[in-house]
Write a new protein. Sequence first.
Length: 554
Amino acid sequence: IIWKEKEFFVHTVVFSFSSLAGLFLLYSGMKNIGANSPDQILVYCILFILSAALASINLLFLSKNNSEMIFSGEGRKQNFLQVFHRININIYGAIIPLFLFAVYVLLLENGVSSVYWGPDTLIIPLFITILAVKYRLKNIGMKVAVIFFIIVETLFSTLYIGFEASSEPIHVLINYLPVFLLSLSIIGYSIKRSGKIHKYVPGVYLLTVHFIFAAFFILEEISGLFTGLSWLGLALIYLIFVNSLKVGKFNEDTVNRLKENIINGGYLLILVFVVRFILFDIQKETMILVTLRAEYLLEAAAFIIMGIWFFLNRRRRLLDLFFLEMSLAFLIVVFFIEIPVTFLPAVFILLSIVLLTAGIFLKENLSRLRMVSIIPAWISAFLIAFVTSPYLNPSLSYLDTPWIMSAAGIILQFVYLGIFYFTHKTDQISLPVKLLKIENIIFRIMSGKNRFIYYPVFASVLFFFIWSFDGAVLTALISVESLFILVLSILVKVDSFRYIALTGIMAAVIRLVFFDLKEADIFIKAVAFIVVSIIMLIMNILYNKFKDRIEQDE
């Protein structure tokens, strides 16, 4: 009546008392939490629900009849009353979700539940109704309180379902149905009547979080591997749903934004799987058919699903376009954990060869794999130089002997360099997006002459010789490597390689004269002198024969 009579000042005063009454009601109901009798809890629950309903009706009435009041009086007084009214409206809006949260806490306190339903089953339908009010209003206080309710309710419901309710899978699923309904309602309410959608759809992420915990509580009793597999399966279902989502009732912008949020939810599922798998699952020793580890099957399923995700995901953000590289990073981490250290150099250089070959044959879509293949090659070179070559392993198996596997890795590195040299055309490499700085780096590395490709191999071979041999034998091998580098400098026309070769042969001569002459074995000294001398003669012949070509390159 006061509002209809346009007594706005009186209305603001009376409205303030209404807000204070709501706050006092909340305080009186919650101050004795844990000491209330069942009758008191029932009375307060009824009062809170009734108060939330009446307050919602009041706010809807004000929004329908223009809550932006026009006050009479001086400008300063008018502005003060308008600001005071808006603050009061926000406080009043915040009280409504807090009433329902208080009911939720009181139900938890009284233990109102069964194996098939809990406090969420009673409160969430009422809260969904409050959400309908919230999405009709522009009330910051109500928005903040709604967010608070959703976050805390998600925490409480997860703890309750996981540790208080029945652990039977069917009971867990039934208890989760209300929170699934809440998430779907938030998704629906996020789509406004005008057809537009918020940039972020929080219901998608809330639903994903509940899926993660529901799968965990249901499947963890069976096997943790099924939990991770279910998360990957849900991510694939998200992707299939996005690809099937068409423009219909909603406009194209609405559908695209909804797709983007669902894809983000799929990434969240994959991320949770990767973190859990690396920290927990990969450490387990679950055997299938006596000799096969279940973790291997999970890893295979993970890479298959990640591959399907990359090829079927049609979004074009950086995260989507470079998902393949992130999957390869996960593969590298798995290799480090699963594969014995002595095998790692050969495994990583084999991975480089596979990626390089794939980039050559799939040049229209995945030509950048030729560039990506360099990273495992670098890792292989580092492992040979500093990890496997000096690694001491008493095993009698040739496959477990570090220097043998390092030698195999070096041979494969030269195979990789050969393939790389004959396929190093930079104009065949395309990135999914234009990144000028990265493109310049790629051009320099993929030119076929750059030190970033060859220097790691030179260093790995040198350190392999240093760790595996000594004395005159080491000197002879250094001279052999110097000869190889000189030949390579002539083939690829890189002048810096020639200087490295000359430095290497000088180091070999110095070792031969000042260190190797002290060896007692005259035969080894003679062989070393002959080898170094022959190599110096060959290098001199090569230089004289290709002198004109070298000077022309300079």
